[in-house]
Ligand binder design. Structure first.
Ligand code: NAP
Length: 429
């Protein structure tokens, strides 16, 4: 690589604009650490006149990022537009084919096209780096690729969405309903003001868990349907009851190998209040890996925001400048396997079930009878009567039971005329 490295930054939003400032202010530091001078030769966004936190040099601005690659000599391109297809895919693809290294925080792009793009990067012998796509500032991908390189990892899981973790933590802390905490999160900039759906429904965490699995288990990125539930249906009552039972509710992304099959899932979990993961609160993210011979490793930090995300992007840059040309997913693409998917109907786990019922004699027996028919036994049971409305909440923690049996029971019970609303099912970790 030449001594002066030409850089292009495509996308100057929350991340790209902050990154640009980091690149401009840390040139000396980068030179000391890598022996390379960097020079930002081109930038691109949709609107040249948009007011941005950090001033941009309009002389190097391109409205169409593809034109950068036609007219400028670029060594490394940052893609921070952030869509899964369209211009993001096109610019990354074109750059790689022109033997330009690419760095991106774009989890949507990598979780969808990571196999194709990493294959391309390997073919053209350039880096495709995406540390910032999972858990923001936490250097989890490099830890798996390098620090844990020879371990056999069998489980990776964690809190991968700071928005959801903030909402769940705040509901408990301030005894506030989901919708009110969501508004608060939007005001504080922790949740998208327009459409926070992709955070709340588990999609964002899912894209990250797919990338984590691919690195941990050397598999191709899975495309199959998986267990994905968000936090939209978690009520204050669940948070409160969980608390009384010595649990907290966390949205977890979990990926593990069960009997040689890949089981990826994102859903709310009841976790013990004394556990490590039960004490990761607010916007914090945490990722835990379990492997052999290393055992359990934990990384915690800020999972989003321009600062932490740029920290990861800069670490990718330094990795490239130091000459770490390597496979984007840690091993050659040809060695990456397609692992069969575990059928989550067969998943065996303890469950939290909450039934809202008319407060009448015999209702509890009707519920437990249906559960018993499927061999679902009760470990703990609480009844909370609402005398004024003549209703009650029945909360059951089950012994380990088969997912599909539990789902079927819940369906059957929901049709009972004494059940007021569809029951809540939350898995225990
Ligand atoms: N925000 C976070 O905390 C965070 C954390 C981790 C990862 N990420 C990832 O980082 C990426 C960027 O996120 P962000 O929050 O910075 O998004 P953003 O604020 O919406 O910024 C997107 C940028 O892309 C530009 N853009 C859109 N279409 C374009 C086009 N056709 N050509 C050139 N530029 C175009 C926009 O231009 P204008 O500014 O002119 O509108 C804007 O500067 C995403 O992949 C996201 O998942 C974000």
């Amino acid at each position: 690589m030449n001594k002066t490295i030409n850089i292009a930054v495509v996308g100057l939003g929350q991340i790209g604009n902050y990154l640009l400032n980091e690149l401009n202010t840390k040139k000396k530091d980068i030179e000391i650490k890598t022996g390379k001078k960097i020079n930002v030769v081109a930038i691109s966004a949709k609107n040249i006149n948009k007011k941005r936190k950090y001033k941009i040099n309009k002389k190097i601005f391109f409205k169409n990022p593809l034109n950068i690659l036609k007219s400028k000599k670029v060594d490394i391109l940052f893609e921070s537009i952030g869509v899964s297809d369209g211009i993001s895919k096109r610019i990354v693809e074109t750059a790689i084919k022109k033997r330009i290294h690419v760095i991106t925080p774009n989890k949507a792009l990598i979780s969808k096209h990571g196999d194709y793009l990493s294959n391309l990067a390997e073919k053209y012998k350039v880096n495709l780096e995406f540390e910032a796509s999972v858990a923001g500032g936490i250097p989890i991908l490099r830890t798996i690729k390098e620090g844990l390189a020879t371990n056999k990892i069998f489980k990776v899981y964690g809190i991968l969405n700071g928005t959801c973790n903030y909402i769940l933590s705040e509901m408990e802390k301030s005894n506030t309903q989901f919708s009110d905490v969501l508004k608060q999160a939007q005001n504080l900039g922790y949740a998208e003001p327009g459409n926070p759906k992709l955070d709340l429904n588990g999609y964002d965490a899912f894209a990250k868990i797919r990338i984590l699995s691919a690195l941990s288990f050397n598999n191709k990125i899975s495309k199959d349907k998986c267990l994905m539930e968000g936090i939209e249906n978690i009520s204050l009552k669940d948070v409160d009851v969980a608390n009384k039972l010595n649990f907290r509710i966390k949205l977890l992304g979990i990926s593990e190998i069960i009997n040689g099959k890949l089981f990826e899932r994102v859903h709310p979990c009841l976790v013990n209040k004394q556990s490590y993961i039960g004490n990761v609160n607010g916007v914090m993210n945490a990722v835990i890996t379990e492997g052999n011979p290393v055992g359990e490793s934990v990384l915690q930090g800020e999972g989003a925001g321009p600062g932490p995300t740029s920290s990861a992007l800069m670490s990718d840059l330094l990795s490239i400048l130091r000459g770490n040309i390597k496979f984007p997913f840690g091993i050659p693409n040809i060695k990456r396997k397609k692992i069969k998917i575990f059928n989550y109907d067969n998943y065996i786990n303890s469950l939290y079930l909450r039934f809202e019922v008319k407060d009448k004699p015999g209702v509890l027996a009707q519920i437990t009878n249906i559960l018993a028919k499927k061999n679902i036994s009760v470990e703990r049971l609480i009844q909370i009567p609402d005398v004024k409305n003549k209703t009650a909440s029945i909360i059951i923690i089950t012994h380990k039971s088969i997912e599909i049996d539990a789902q079927n029971c819940v369906k059957i019970i929901s049709k009972n005329k004494n059940i007021i609303k569809y029951p809540t099912l939350i898995r225990l970790l």
